[in-house]
Design a protein around this ligand. Structure first.
Ligand SMILES: Nc1ncnc2c1ncn2[C@@H]1O[C@H](COP(=O)(O)OP(=O)(O)O)[C@@H](O)[C@H]1O
Ligand SMILES: [Mg+2]
Length: 266
């Protein structure tokens, strides 16, 4: 598997150079490898010595209070920010989904899904077919020719998922993708994400502040506390029927405690 290695440049030496983007072989079962990652904004440390891996096809949820550094970490993995120290190995072209679906309003849904992909010739035909297939998978076949503004919040997020997965990413990064949806739509999105994940098997990092969402979907949960990775836990029980398992409540309590939230209903 070809991954891109990003080697550290101390802040003092200024802007990163091309040398940071040398390609390197990595252990074939690891999609993401983060070592000694730190990030400062104007001299204020926001991420401190972060270390973790994401294995191929693994689904990792990243929890943390507001301001703990989750989006900063995700943006670094997405290559939207390279002003850090430490090493990050990650696929060259991860797919990213945000809370706002970020569909281009002047392009119809299908064109949003194929955005940036070849749309002419044989490759174009293949792209088109794959995009239609993805829209079917997310239940938007009838909306392929619709304008984004006519979609509901849930539909827009489904289109955004189709756009991400049509690229067959090794890594899918999601920053609170369901945060703006109503509770019922969010539950349906969880189901859809589980199905898509089974089918496409990208490595997945889901940033969320919803503990239940993290436990219901992920293989592993990370907690960021003030820029420090304070917990890294495998979720060892089967994904099916999780909510009804006693381990669900135990893990939920553990995470609430880690996040410093008292649950008065216990
Ligand atoms: N571009 C930036 N410039 C200055 N400070 C920033 C910038 N981006 C994030 N921060 C700060 O870094 C901290 C972590 O932010 P963020 O990663 O967005 O947190 P989270 O996603 O966990 O809510 C916050 O204190 C935020 O104000
Ligand atoms: Mg954030």
């Amino acid at each position: 598997m070809a991954t891109d290695t990003v080697t550290p440049t101390p802040h003092a030496t200024g802007k990163p150079t091309e040398a940071r983007h040398a390609t390197a072989e990595t252990a074939s079962c690891t999609t993401v490898k983060v070592r000694a990652l730190s990030r400062e904004f104007d001299g204020r440390g926001v991420l401190h010595d972060i270390n973790f891996d994401i294995r191929d096809g693994e689904f990792v949820a990243l929890l943390g209070r507001s301001g703990s550094g989750k989006s900063t970490l995700l943006r670094i993995l997405a290559r939207l920010d390279d002003e850090y120290t430490g090493t990050v190995q990650a696929p060259k072209r991860p797919a990213v989904a945000f809370q706002d679906s970020r569909l281009l309003p002047w392009k119809k849904v299908l064109a949003n899904v194929t955005l940036g992909l070849p749309t002419r010739g044989v490759e174009g035909t293949e792209t088109h077919a794959r995009a239609e297939e993805m829209l079917a998978e997310v239940g938007l076949t009838d909306h392929a020719k619709a304008w984004p503004k006519t979609l509901s919040g849930g539909e827009a997020q489904r289109a955004s998922l189709a756009r991400a997965l049509v690229r067959r990413p090794e890594l899918l990064l999601m920053d609170e993708p369901f945060g703006a949806l109503d509770a019922l739509t969010r539950l349906r999105m969880h189901q859809l994400l589980r199905t898509l994940r089974q089918r496409h098997r990208p490595a997945l990092l889901l940033v969320t502040h919803d503990i239940d969402e993290a436990i219901l979907l992920a293989d592993r949960v990370l907690v960021l506390t003030d820029g420090v990775l304070s917990l890294d836990l495998d979720i060892p029980f089967p994904i099916v029927g999780r909510r009804r398992r006693p381990e669900f409540t135990e893990l939920r309590d553990r995470l609430l405690e880690e996040l410093g939230v008292a649950d008065d209903d216990r």
